[in-house]
Ligand binder design. Structure first.
Ligand SMILES: Cc1ncc(COP(=O)(O)O)c(C=O)c1O
Length: 449
């Protein structure tokens, strides 16, 4: 390869324009140039199933699936048809569309712990609305979120205390406190420090580990004992762990739960769902408590996004989507563990998470997480036709796709093993990638080609 000319020429020129016009060059930090090596496609032009094509015409098998939003596969025909049919009828009217009721009924048929649902456009709106509702219901200011879970919202209550909290006033940050997953003592310590002051405990039902020793049930009990609400953020676990959410799998009833991502197979629809006792505060009937301004947005009832959700829910109800996600993930995990072990790399390339939603680590010679080795790994799999910021499978990943991926990753691990001896910089072209949540940019973070 001639490294003096850009290997992705169309991407490279579009990247320059993008950074001039869009802060960060994209609308989602996790998709940004600083997250990828230099030798990576800058833009994806189209996708079908688990295959995508970049603007330079290269084809890849992919595992990011739109930040885990596309569980059925890109441009899934039944979902696209439902959206297209709906588009012909208009997308936003002066009064609600009947599809809002139809979608609520379909959703609550699947997520049967909830009695009411309100739809919105992204996950942050849903989690922030859950927190707001909890604060309004309890009359308390503090919010406790799980500090082991990386992301809940773009809004102040969550992003304020992170390294990317610029622009959030300090008094707001002081109202957010954290507890540890699978650690009831950390919850008890918070309740001791802030008795009767915490509005809610919010967490993902699971991330890389399952709940241990009834942790979710114990957390719910402790929260309720103190008068706080128990909220599950099912943005990732919903429509992956179980068609009725991880709450069904773990047999736990949250007061409120939030969904998004796979709910519309990539279309912009998310949901706040929960018990009537809380949700009614956003309604028109109650007179005993103040009205809560609950998720009222111009685009909340956008009809084709709801059509996408209805079609997705139907596919999950009729077809073995969850089983296939787990089977595909199992095949991938087994194959990758075999090739990593054969190359003596199992300590440097660990795979974590439930089979339907796995992640990988890239550890340096000292066993420490390394962006340089992550970038090298991404560079080498991209060269071999795979994009995998995580190992998120979809319903569209066939056994053949998985086997090709294992072969590609085996090739990448060959380079990785040599880099552990000779240094990642010897094999990595350009600067390493960066973590998203950092206070300052590196001078060359946006460089792309
Ligand atoms: C667990 C979780 N909750 C909430 C969100 C926020 O969703 P959105 O990006 O749609 O606002 C995310 C996004 O990655 C997430 O992973």
């Amino acid at each position: 390869m001639n490294l003096h000319s850009p290997p992705f020429p169309i991407s490279a020129s579009l990247q320059k324009k993008a950074h001039r016009l869009i802060p960060g060059g994209s609308h989602t930090y996790a998709k940004g140039d600083d997250q990828y090596p230099i030798l990576a496609p800058g833009f994806i032009a189209r996708g079908s199933g688990c295959h995508v094509w970049d603007v330079d015409g290269n084809e890849y098998i992919e595992y990011g699936m739109g930040n885990r939003a596309v569980a059925l596969g890109h441009a899934y025909p039944a979902v696209v048809k439902a959206v297209r049919d709906e588009l012909e009828r208009g997308c936003n009217f002066t009064r609600p569309s009947p599809i809002e009721v139809e979608c609520a009924e379909a959703f609550l048929g699947l997520i049967d712990t909830a009695e009411m649902v309100k739809f919105c456009k992204n996950g942050s709106d849903a989690t922030s609305a859950a927190v707001k509702l909890a604060r309004a219901y309890t009359g308390r200011d503090y919010v406790a979120y799980c500090g082991d879970h990386p992301f809940f919202s773009v809004d102040d209550w969550f992003i304020g205390p992170t390294p990317m909290g610029a622009g959030v006033p300090e008094p707001i940050n002081a109202l957010s406190v954290t507890f540890r997953y699978n650690d009831p003592d950390s919850v008890k310590a918070l309740l001791k420090q802030y008795p009767g002051q915490i509005a809610c405990f919010i967490l993902e039902p699971a991330r890389s580990d399952d709940p241990r020793d009834g942790f979710l049930h114990e957390l719910r009990r402790l929260a309720h004992e103190d008068g706080a609400l128990f909220i599950l953020d099912e943005m990732i676990t919903g429509f992956r762990w179980h068609k009725s959410g991880a709450q069904k799998l773990y047999d736990i009833v949250p007061d409120l739960s939030t969904f998004g991502k796979s709910l519309g197979n990539g279309f912009s629809v998310s949901a706040l769902a929960g018990r009537r006792e809380y949700m009614r505060l956003g309604g028109l009937d109650h007179t005993d408590k103040p009205r809560v301004f609950l998720l009222s947005t111009t685009h909340g009832g956008e009809t084709h996004a709801l059509a996408a959700a209805i079609a997705t829910i139907k596919i999950y109800s009729d077809e073995p989507v969850i089983e296939r996600l787990h089977a595909a993930g199992d095949r991938l995990r087994t194959g990758l563990e075999q090739v990593a072990t054969a190359r003596g790399l199992s300590d440097h390339f660990p795979i974590s998470g439930r089979s339907c939603c796995m992640a990988f680590g890239t550890l340096d010679p000292e066993g420490k997480p390394s962006q340089a080795y992550r970038s090298l790994f991404l560079q080498e799999i991209i060269r071999r036709g795979v994009i995998a910021p995580s190992l998120t499978v979809s319903y569209a990943h066939s056994d053949e796709d998985i086997d090709k991926t294992i072969e590609a990753i085996d090739g990448a691990l060959d380079v990785y093993a040599r880099a552990l001896e000779g240094g990642a910089e010897k094999y990595l072209v350009g600067r390493p990638s960066q973590i998203v949540q950092r206070r300052y940019n590196q001078p060359d973070a946006a460089s792309s080609a």
